[in-house]
Design a protein around this ligand. Structure first.
Ligand code: NAP
Ligand code: P7K
Length: 670
């Protein structure tokens, strides 16, 4: 069938969202054709603010290097009330907001996708579409040529708030119509004072004189309802409004640019209809406040890019595309909500004064500022399937396995139970350690990702955390050799100091271990093997605790990873199980030793858990292993990591010295 298709994915729209999606797809080896109605990129400057999460995602793709150094975009605001984004997200590598005109973003993205071999056809407008079971066909009007048809497996509308794809595909756009409207103009030849959102009895005005002598002004009249279908305003309308609100006459000025925008707030209720998907403003229409629309759109594109790649090339099923909707629809709803709240604070009449004063008072509280700043900067977003996991395929679970996980992650979109904390997770390049590092970071902790040798995997853990808006750094140290723990702490302390200014370590997870998945019959274990198991699994964790002790503050956490094998026999794992028996003793005795300092020490014992190793790709073996659990499946790394993360939070302050069975009921017996 694929032979009959012109391409894998047709992307409609070559604005920032369409180009970013094109780049993601090309990076993953997906064939694309990108269609753009306009013959040349727009020169009109629209969005200009990039937020921290977008910056991290662009950096990861090398796009930020192409953009060159960007100036800071000022402090930021929430509904016109000053909010210093940089201060409130300090610690993040891109804390703050960054200034870059949309025209420049587009030019650089165009360069990037061209280098990736993408074909962007300008002047090509989509005029019709037809759905088939295995493909989508679009009619395209070509400048000066005969109309043509293109077939692809998927079609994505990145064609903005008046999306043609959305209309042709019959999407519904739910939400509310505009109740407030703003007029904007660039005017020369006027001399009026600069004003930053001045609230006057009849309305709200802004004026800002640029170096070139033009003044950008914006005016809103209270009590005026937007005229449906009103197009570009004429200058007379702006002059009248300005006079009504300020009493000033600007009628002698020369208009250079005129524009009208309103607070329409709408979102499609499904981001996917079969083989047709939407991203960016095509999926959500909102008022341009706080520069959030561009960032939201770029992040839609990046989420969808990884998933569509997995669908087209990686053999993932349709559920991976549904997870795009599941991830991004709630994020869109949340942004639309904060924009509406901000619109009310910004443009509401005198009836909103008391509300504004109250919000301003709340914004004097650190935690409130941090909450709002993380929301605006996209740093509180949880995506069920991390982008890099989709790429490697390792994070794409079998269909049935998803339910448990999403239920737990859907519960709240804000997770910041570990803000300001630091954590060491040994052996977090892969498996349970990686999932633990990711979750601790998602809760706001700075995570040291420790590993022995597998540098690429460790960096992938770090990158996945960063693209999720988190903060992490790699630490290499082989355990079980002389000087192991000393070397680990030299690198750890340096990394912490560089990032936080001191060496406080709040959370230690002793996870790294020497394992033999198939085991060794007890007859065959050599003294050298025995010593190696103990050196890595028991001696190193002890000295890690001993060394961490001086860095742990009040409220610190130590979590030791054991195994259900300390309660359930498997002779081929006898020596491994002995080492796990030993690590459990650390929890018991140190729990007593460190309790006076408010530090808890606990054991988590997983059962058989998918750590991404080859056996978990063999259905017959997995079926055997699954039988050990009362739930008849093997654990996900995330199943265990969620338990570890809970123990790290303040909610677990009353648990110490405990053995927590995280084996899905494996220890209940048959
Ligand atoms: P895994 O996928 O095998 O990964 C092991 C991790 O530990 C890697 O990050 C590895 O680093 C690191 N590591 C191994 N030996 C090391 C050494 N000598 N020095 C420093 N780092 C070393 O692990 P996992 O299966 O997720 O297991 C994690 C923990 O859960 C272990 O304590 C294990 O005993 C326990 N557990 C696992 C299961 C299970 O079924 N998976 C069941 C019960 C208990 P590199 O990548 O650099 O090699
Ligand atoms: C069990 C492990 C088992 C476990 C076998 C196992 C088992 C386990 C395990 C192999 C491994 C009851 C827990 C409870 C491979 C390792 C990790 C591990 O049979 O959890 O610890 C060593 O990599 O069997 C009754």
């Amino acid at each position: 069938m694929d032979g009959a298709l012109d391409t894998d994915v047709i992307v409609v729209g070559a604005g920032p969202v369409g180009l970013t999606l094109t780049g993601e797809l090309r990076t993953g080896g997906v064939r694309t054709v990108t269609l753009e109605r306009l013959t040349a990129p727009t020169t009109e400057s629209r969005a200009s603010i990039l937020h921290a999460r977008t910056m991290a995602l662009l950096a990861e793709r090398g796009v930020l290097d192409r953009l060159g150094p960007l100036p800071g975009g000022g402090s930021g605001h929430f509904g016109g009330i000053r909010l210093d984004l940089a201060a409130a997200t300090s610690g993040h590598p891109f804390a703050g907001q960054w200034e870059c005109p949309q025209t420049r973003v587009e030019a650089v993205l165009q360069e990037w996708v061209t280098d990736l071999g993408a074909e962007v056809r300008r002047g090509h407008a989509v005029t019709g579409l037809t759905r088939h079971t295995d493909w989508v066909e679009v009619d395209v009007r070509v400048p000066g040529g005969r109309p043509c048809r293109l077939r692809a497996a998927y079609l994505v509308g990145c064609d903005g708030e008046r999306s043609t794809v959305r209309r042709l595909a019959g999407y519904d756009l739910a939400g509310v119509d505009a109740t407030r409207q703003m007029l904007r103009a660039d005017v020369t030849g006027v001399d009026i004072p600069d004003r930053r959102l001045q609230r006057l009895p009849n309305g709200v005005v802004t004026a800002y004189r640029r170096a070139d002598g033009t003044t950008r002004l914006m005016v809103r009249r209270h009590g005026r309802h937007p005229r449906a279908g009103a197009g570009v305003p004429d200058f007379a309308e702006v002059v009248t409004a300005w006079a009504e609100v300020t009493g000033e006459d600007i009628g002698h000025g020369v208009p250079r640019w005129l524009n009208r925008f309103d607070d329409t707030s709408r979102q499609v209720s499904r981001y996917r209809l079969g083989r047709i998907l939407l991203a960016g403003d095509a999926a959500h229409v909102q008022m341009p406040i706080g520069g959030q629309a561009l960032n939201l759109g770029l992040q839609d594109a990046i989420n969808l890019g990884g998933k569509l790649t997995a669908r087209v090339t990686g053999g993932a099923g349709d559920e991976v595309l549904d997870s795009y909707h599941d991830d991004r629809h709630p994020v869109g709803t949340r942004v639309l909500t904060n924009i509406r709240a901000q619109a009310l604070l910004l443009f509401g009449g005198p009836e909103t004064d008391a509300l504004r004063d109250t919000v301003a008072e709340l914004m004097g509280i650190d935690a409130v500022r941090s909450h709002l700043a993380r929301m605006i900067s996209g740093l509180d977003i949880q995506e069920t399937t991390p982008v890099s996991d989709v790429r490697t395929g390792s994070g794409t679970p079998a269909p049935g396995d998803r339910t448990n996980r999403s239920a737990s992650t859907d519960r709240s979109s804000t997770m910041d139970r570990l803000n300001g904390k630091t954590a060491l997770v040994t052996g977090s390049s892969r498996g349970i350690g990686r999932a633990t590092a990711q979750r601790l970071a998602r809760e706001g902790a700075l995570v040291a990702v420790h590993y022995a040798a597998n540098e690429d995997a460790a960096l992938e853990t770090v990158t996945s955390i960063e693209s999720d808006g988190g903060w992490a750094f790699p630490v290499r140290a082989e355990l079980g050799v002389p000087g192991d723990v000393h070397n680990l702490f030299l690198a750890l302390e340096e990394g912490l100091k560089e990032r936080t200014g001191d060496t406080t370590l709040d959370i230690v997870v002793n996870n790294a271990a020497e394992t033999a998945p198939a085991g060794v019959p007890p007859e065959d274990i050599t003294p050298e093997q025995f010593d190696r198991y103990f050196a890595v699994n028991a001696r190193a964790p002890f000295f890690i605790v001993q060394r961490a002790s001086s860095l742990l503050p009040q409220g610190g956490r130590i979590i030791n990873i054991s195994s259900g094998l300390t309660r359930c026999a498997n002779p081929d794992q006898a020596v491994y199980a002995m080492t796990k028996g030993a690590i459990e003793q650390i929890s018991l005795h140190f729990a007593r030793h460190l309790a006076p300092r408010g530090i808890t020490v606990n054991t988590v014992a997983p059962g058989i858990t998918d750590n991404g190793s080859a056996v978990f790709g063999m259905p017959e073996v997995v079926e055997q292993m699954a039988r050990l659990s009362a739930f008849n499946r093997v654990g996900d790394a995330g199943d265990v990591a969620d338990v570890v993360t809970f123990l790290a939070t303040d909610e677990a302050r009353w648990i110490t010295g405990a053995f927590i069975d995280a084996s899905g009921g494996t220890l209940l017996g048959q």
